[in-house]
Structures are given as structure tokens and as C-alpha cells.
Design a binder for this molecule. Structure first.
Ligand SMILES: [Zn+2]
Length: 303
């Protein structure tokens, strides 16, 4: 039975021990879950981050000496253990994370294989392991600060689906990557705050839901439609490129998804009958799922 460590890196480092695709014992996090500070990791340079991850991994490993792999999921483009770009953790751009972390762990007596992956791919693997089957094909949208697109099983490629072009409007330039017309520029939490400088995303959706008349209501309602159209367009593109199948939607902003509205828009966008056997589902975003996904990915990469 493989003993692996799953790590997620976002605005905090979270680490857990995974045994046979199940989390064993508590998650360790830095900053701890009761601290609501989303800037401390952004301020750490690469060496500091690697040291922080190593410390948390050592806490979780404890007396276990037969750890077969450590999987680290982070937002960004990752190739062969190197972070090629990460708009949300910019200090990591170009960092050879797998090599650095492997060396740091070795210095602390833990000789193990380190695998680094995109966080949305980690979510897809975690969902495949926990609610699906590890032999199924899963695509997942993660709706958070940015928009992630993950797939399981992993396939060679970049898969930055959150930057799919869904509009040719020149004014649509709120994406964190700086590109024009991207899904993330419409749906991402950061992008929504930039668009509505006078209200929080939560208020925008609440006003649209409440209805009535007035300029704000019309503006919010139009935006909520645009938001759903963007997700529908991105999903329709994936269906046209990769075929129909199961799409899962998660992340802290998945609560705003109106499945009926989304399905209606996708129905208008996907008309070829062999492509219409797709399924959409909203699933809870649990930290455990992400940890398990990182560990499963590392275990498979180690084989
Ligand atoms: Zn973008």
C-alpha cells in the first residue's frame, strides 16, 4: 500500500498523509486555518516557500519512513518539475520546485520522489479518487480567485482552459494573466472585483437574484448572464475539442452557478448530436480532495 504525501500551495501550504487514496490523520497548514491572512505566502521568496513546505511535510511524516512520493499542486503552468508561470504566486516563475524541495527534504533525512502539478489537475485527480473512479475521464472547472481547468487522467499539454477565449470584446481585459477575452477575466473572483469596483461579487449575485428594476439590477443581471455564458462557452469548446463526458464544477465561487441557466447556454452552443451526451455537476470544494489528488498524481508519476 503506497504511503504518499499530498501538498497544496495557494495562499497557504496544506499537507496531509495519504494511504491507499485516503487521508490519514489531520491536515497541517501554514498559516494555520484560523489565520485569515492571504498574503504571507505571496511575500515569501522561493527558498522560503520550499523551506515552509519542507517543515510541514516533516510534521506530517513524523515517524513514517517509507514515503514513496510527495505531490505538490500549485496554480500555474508546470512542466517537468519547473514552474513556467504562476500569475498568482509570481515569485515561483522559473523555479525548479521539484528539485529544490527534493534536496531540502533530503537534507532533513527524507529521501523521496517529488512531483509538481497544476492545482486544477490535482482537483480532478482528487475527485476521480473520491467521488468517481480512477479509471474514469473527468474534467473540472475550479472557480476561485482565478479559473482553473483540470483533467484526469493527466495528458501531455498545457490545458490552461481558464484562459480560453470566450469573447472578442476589446474591453474584456480583466484576466490575471493580462490577456484579452479570457474566461478568467469574466469569472475569476479577482476579475469580478476589478469590474465592479463598487460592489463585491457576493452583492452582484444577490442583487441579480433579488430582481426588481433599476440600473444596478440590470447591470448585475446582465453580468450574471455573461458569467454563465463564459462558463458555457469554455465547456462547449472543451466538448468540441475533447468530446462530451463528465464536467465537474467546484471552487469557492461554484455556489453562484445556476445549473439550469448554464445547461441552457451550453445547449445553444453544442448542436452536433454525438456531442450532446455531456453531464455537468457541482461538487463541494474540500481541502482533503485536493490533498488526495496531489498524492494520487505523485504516486502515478512515480511508477
Ligand atoms: Zn488569462
Amino acid at each position: 500500500m503506497a504511503k504518499t504525501i499530498g501538498v497544496t500551495l495557494s495562499h497557504r501550504v496544506s499537507v496531509g498523509l495519504v494511504l491507499d487514496h485516503k487521508l490519514v490523520g489531520p491536515l497541517h497548514s501554514f498559516p494555520t486555518l484560523d489565520v485569515d491572512d492571504d498574503s504571507s505566502l505571496v511575500e515569501l521568496h522561493t527558498e522560503g516557500l520550499v523551506r515552509t513546505i519542507c517543515e510541514q511535510v516533516r510534521l506530517v511524516v513524523g515517524d513514517h519512513d517509507d514515503i514513496s512520493a510527495v505531490g505538490v499542486a500549485l496554480p500555474g503552468i508546470v512542466k517537468h518539475g519547473v514552474v513556467e508561470d504562476s500569475p498568482n504566486l509570481p515569485q515561483l516563475k522559473g523555479a525548479r520546485i521539484a528539485e529544490l524541495l527534493g534536496a531540502e527534504l533530503r537534507n532533513h533525512g527524507l529521501q523521496t520522489f517529488v512531483h509538481v502539478l497544476n492545482d486544477a489537475d490535482g482537483v480532478a485527480a482528487g475527485l476521480a479518487a473520491t467521488i468517481g473512479k480512477l479509471d474514469s475521464f473527468i474534467r473540472v472547472w475550479t472557480l476561485g480567485i482565478g479559473i482553473g481547468y483540470g483533467r484526469y487522467p493527466f495528458g501531455e499539454g498545457v490545458w490552461e482552459g481558464g484562459h480560453t477565449i470566450v469573447t472578442l470584446d476589446d474591453k474584456e481585459n480583466y484576466c490575471g494573466c493580462g490577456g484579452r477575452g479570457h474566461i478568467e477575466g469574466i469569472m475569476g473572483h479577482r476579475a469580478m472585483r476589478l469590474r465592479f469596483l463598487d460592489m463585491e461579487p457576493e452583492e452582484v449575485f444577490a442583487i441579480a437574484r433579488k430582481g426588481g428594476s433599476g440600473k444596478d439590477v440590470a447591470r448585475c443581471r446582465d453580468f450574471v448572464r455573461l458569467w454563465h455564458k463564459a462558463l458555457a462557452a469554455g465547456t462547449a469548446t472543451q466538448i468540441h475539442m475533447g468530446g462530451p463526458g463528465r464536467f465537474l464544477i467546484t471552487g469557492f465561487n461554484a455556489k453562484y452557478v445556476d445549473l439550469a441557466m448554464l445547461k441552457d447556454y451550453i445547449h445553444q452552443m453544442v448542436k452536433m448530436s454525438p456531442l450532446q451526451s455531456y453531464a455537468l455537476e457541482i461538487v463541494d470544494d474540500k481541502p482533503e480532495t485536493r490533498i488526495i489528488g496531489s498524492a494520487v498524481a505523485a504516486e502515478q508519476a512515480a511508477c
